[in-house]
Design a protein around this ligand. Sequence first.
Ligand code: BGC
Length: 761
Amino acid sequence: MRYLFSKLLRLGLFFLFSILATMAFCQEKKIKKLLKKMTLEEKIGQMNQNNGFFDATGPKPTEDWKARRYESIQKGGVGSMLNVRGVEKIRAMQKLAVENSRLGIPMIFGLDVIHGHKTIMPIPLAESASWDLKAIKKSAEVAAAEAAAEGLNWTFAPMVDISRDARWGRVMEGAGEDTYLASRIAEARVRGFQGTDLKSEKTIAACAKHFAAYGFIESGKDYNTADVGTSTLYNIILPPFKAAKDAGVRTFMNSFNELNGVPATGNKWLQRDILKGEWNFDGFMVSDWASIKEMMSHGYATDGKHCAELAANAGSDMDMESDLYIQFLKALVEEGKVKESDIDDAVHRILRVKMELGLFDDPYKYCDEEREKNTLGHPDHVKAALDMAKKSIVLLKNKNNLLPIPKSGKKITVIGDLADDKTSPLGNWRLAAEEESAVSFLEGLKEYSGNEITYSAGPKVLMKSPGFAESSEVNMTDRTGFDEAVKAAKGADIVLMVLGEHGMQSGEGRSRSEIGLPGLQQELLEAVFEINKSVVLVLTNGRPLTITWANDSIPAILETWHLGNQNGNAIAQVLYGDYNPSGKLPMSFPRSVGQIPIYYNYKNTGRPPGGWGVFNSHYNDQSTEPLYPFGYGLSYTTFDYSELKVEKQTQIPVSISVNVKNTGKVAGEEVVQLYIRDLVASVTRPIKELKGFKKINLQPGESKIVEFSLTEKELGFFDNQGKYIIEPGDFAVMIGGNSKKGQQGRFKLQLEGANHSDSEK
Ligand code: BGC
């Protein structure tokens, strides 16, 4: 019986693979046929992406450059557009291409759908704090369904850049500092956006960006230079991209930065050798916004024509908004500087993704007004947003169990300009959101309790809400409301201070050199604390902040990031104990900017801290430890770890288990984290590396044995030639609730024939 079943299963799989292979074969044939019909200009048109620059539902624009671009769409000169939204507009644009161009090739419409679409989810860094891959996937699914319902086919997400520098504004858009966690999150996001069928009307193509090393720009200054060694590149930076590729991501975006002297956009090694060569990626690469043109400023190209030549030869398939492919590629091919076969390859890739999306079957398939109306802001999406928001919150400190707070009978004073803000919690990247559409902290708090709540805003954080391209002007001088806020704290049973960054203080172009509480907020916090010690600091921010004073003084601190539409509801549920916080930090919080870059998986060095006298790797004026380490986060209950056991000490897979017990009074979720250290290796290994995690739920008094299995995937590393190897020898293992503390164990790998192959690359 069993034999028959397994035979039938194998037969079924065989048929499935045969059908899929035949479909892929037919699709490839179709593309080749179409390519043969295309003129060189038409091919180059496919490689061109323009920004939405006119109202497609109105008449032809009259300004010269706009009219030229409009005609270009009609001639098949635009393969893709970005920043056009809404069924009506997208249909009108698509019509221009499909009904006027000779071959009627549909355009693909892209947008930065980064954390939700109409229904805004927590910023990606916040979502990452949940360590909840199911919820993160669901969040991307919701975003995809809403974006697809608005006519879109493609998101420029997920950003999978690892960063160890909280000064960089774009840390809000990533999964933090760790490669293992970020890789798992990259997979979840790609699968969420793309689903199992790209042709479905609920899915869109994803884009792994920014390839590569954008998160490693010097001094946290956006667009700056990245200069990283091979060990970091192979082991830290590239794996999340590879994970996204393996999860089936259909597009990649290159990055603004140069990497070791070569701009990523013109980097043949990254794009052709690694991505399309070694990794065998068969989707396409889009440039970042005008990054092809920027190779002139980098000092890498002489003029626009040279930029186009370098980018095309390096494997940048689509030019986002610099128009240089349109202007120069034809001449470059004719002069023999760019091979037509490379153009064919780029176009083939672009057409492949369009076909996979079903755009050739029906170019208007994502354009359905009824679906648009019924999908955007659907109550199920709002529910998912609330779930995601609650899971993203991290409890950083809770002295004497000040939290959760009782739901009634308390006099509560809320202080902070951001407490009453309905836009800031939406965070950066929210192109489809309505302004003021978030539940503010204050609204949420009132909704969930019968307490007596008074509110005093205190001084403004910013002079005004910044526009998309404006930097935020922090208020350092206008003290209006300061004294009233301090007065309001007097006599309150609990003071809830909502402080931090406005949603537009992080994100692209929003680097900061100081990352404390901006403006007058630190002074306000200290003044209020003088009057009333019962303060809960509710942080709202898009990056780790240096809050050392607050940690030393304030009894309770809750990290709430920018949580999206459901902000106030999620925070209130946590503050009142309806939801027990379970988030863990995806990035270390530094004590001061001087500690940056700071990350848990550093190398031991020859002189680790604590050595003799001053001659060891430390600071004379400060601890080397972060304020809060990676993986850290508290709960309203406590968890006890015991009995770490390593089974099969010497062979792969190595099985390890630990006992986790809920020792507190309420049920709670814990992220059980496993770290290893390869003690001696031919290329030095970090003192700890996350290699597994499991989120478990425990009732009070309940315990569970949590098991992990370490395979080739977890036990090896890349050598300096990019070869994946596993070396025999001693490993330390630690399992705990954060990267700092846990149960310790050891094992010794004995491998036949030592240096294993590169099968896991
Ligand atoms: C960003 C990309 C983004 C693109 C399109 C660029 O400035 O770096 O991440 O996808 O703009 O909006």
